[in-house]
Design a protein around this ligand. Sequence first.
Ligand code: CP
Ligand code: NVA
Length: 307
Amino acid sequence: MKHCITIADFTPEQINHILDVAIALRDQRASGRGNDPILKGQTLAMLFEKPSLRTRVSFEQAMYELGGNAIVLSNSEVGLGKRESVADVTRVLAGMVDGVAARVFEHTKLTEMADNTSMPIINMLSDYSHPCQALADIMTLIDEFGRDLAGRTLTYIGDGNNVALSLASICSKLGINFSIATPVGYELPQTEVDAILAHNPAFKFKASTSPADVVKDTDAIYTDTWVSMGQEEEKAQRLKEFDGFQINDELLAQAPDHAIVLHCLPAYRGIEITDSVMDGPRSRVFPEAHNRLHAQKGVLAVLMGNQ
Ligand code: CP
Ligand code: NVA
């Protein structure tokens, strides 16, 4: 495992290894002794083209707790691909730090970085995917349902976006069934679904345009914003087209009693999810957010700490 750019690049064994390391580091931290300094002397450069709370804090704190250092760079100072080419930025950083994590618009910036260095490149979200979020989400399912999730079902309701794609991909690798309801025109790209199914013909994937159709038989219901970063101009149109896709008490009443609710956050309360669901007994959104710290430690420890 050299980089963490997209879930599709990982084998199930590699995903399970990252999760095992993440869970072990979480247990070690919970023991009160803190983590071993497995990244002592190492630095992660973190580059943001878009805003972030969870991703920034989880990676920076993870580096600190593992004995390393993090440098946070905003795009107004770096100008990735504008002030300087992606390749040149990467070559410069490679002589000074031990890994680069980036949140970008165009996914190809991440693959271009990886093509220009042997140090780890980590995807902190691109328009295409959000693999580190998906790892934390699976940790949260493990916390609820146990280590073997094969045969469980994750249901995603909303936009067929970066978060949805990484979830579909990780579910396909771990034997988790995945169902998704989106408005017409907001489905996961068919080429991506075809590629996932080609790699995992046994993957149980269901797509619908009706939320009621996918919540009846599930273990977890997931949603994300209807307006991702960079889509602000489409907001009015999207809010209209996603009408009926809100996670609310009426929809939740149609799901099995044990089904939990997840959201990668930030949540737009009253839009894609109601307060009563977010703050209700079936919500796991805050433990899910906290698992970002542990999942990101797993990624860093494996890629940079030889774990
Ligand atoms: N879920 C997530 O990636 O949150 P941030 O955008 O705050 O990092
Ligand atoms: N789909 C959202 C996720 C935010 C964490 C976005 O890309 O803005």
